[in-house]
Design a protein around this ligand. Structure first.
Ligand code: 1GP
Length: 246
């Protein structure tokens, strides 16, 4: 079970986000090999808007090339596959759009059950990352302002009380500013489920700061497209943050 792996230790874990539309088989294989060398813990796969029909094939290719678990990070209810190891069953709890709080989930649930796919209930919280995000536009929801830590904490607590097993603080893919260390630290102190943090992470220093603040899983996507070498730096930074946590 993927969730068991997530909670099995308090070491910060590293997830690489793969947007299937941005990969071809060669670039995917290179990324998978790099991720294996960098001891990446999970692949997240999905996107706000997928136009190419290679979602399934991308998962299949990853599974054929490595043993890193593939977790679907769905932009909508079409992004499901029985070949994946799990799906983040997201509810956008920072928003007030019923379609992304429960509507998409109702459509997806029978398929997930039929596939026997592990679904991990996840409270998805969008934080202002300093620029308009695709998530905000597609879901027609407002992010929580970057400095409103109290709102992020209350939202995360509500998610936990509703039974969500993970909380995801998301600054949006390609965010100018990642979620602040102060917000991560305060949210983490006020919940007891693992915390995922992503959006706009471009340096190993940022990664280290985010893990020290309390993130259990760090998600990196965009930055690796331009600078694949960053993955090794982030992986080493995580191990450093890990030593200080212990
Ligand atoms: C976005 O949190 C992820 O959903 C990753 O963001 O692409 O900015 O790394 P980046």
């Amino acid at each position: 079970m993927v969730y068991t792996k997530i909670v099995s230790s308090s070491h910060p874990k590293l997830a690489v986000l793969i947007d299937p539309d941005k990969q071809n088989p060669e670039s995917l294989l290179a990324l998978v090999n790099l991720a294996t060398n960098c001891k990446v813990d999970f692949f997240f796969i999905g996107g706000s808007l997928l136009l190419e029909k290679n979602f399934e094939a991308t998962i299949e290719n990853i599974k054929a090339s490595c043993s890193i678990p593939v977790i679907i990070f769905p932009g909508n209810n079409y992004q499901l596959s029985s070949r994946a190891d799990a799906v983040l069953f997201l509810s956008l709890i920072s928003g007030r759009n019923p379609e992304y709080l429960i509507g998409q989930q109702v459509v997806a649930a029978p398929t997930i059950k039929r596939m026997g796919l592990e679904a991990i209930p996840t409270g998805y919280i969008l934080i202002d990352g300093g620029r308009d995000s695709s998530t905000s536009y597609i879901t027609q929801t407002m992010p929580i302002p970057h400095d409103k830590t109290d709102l992020a904490v209350a939202t995360a607590q509500a998610g936990e009380l509703l039974g969500m097993k993970l909380i995801y603080l998301e600054a949006g893919s390609g965010a100018k500013n990642s979620v602040s260390a102060e917000m991560i630290k305060t949210v983490k102190q006020n919940i007891s489920v693992p915390l995922i943090v992503g959006g706009g992470i471009r340096t190993s220093e940022q990664a280290e700061e985010i893990c020290k603040a309390g993130a259990d899983i760090l998600v990196v996507g965009n930055a690796l497209e331009e600078t694949p070498g960053l993955l090794m730096e982030i992986s080493l930074a995580l191990h450093g943050a890990n030593k200080e946590k212990r």
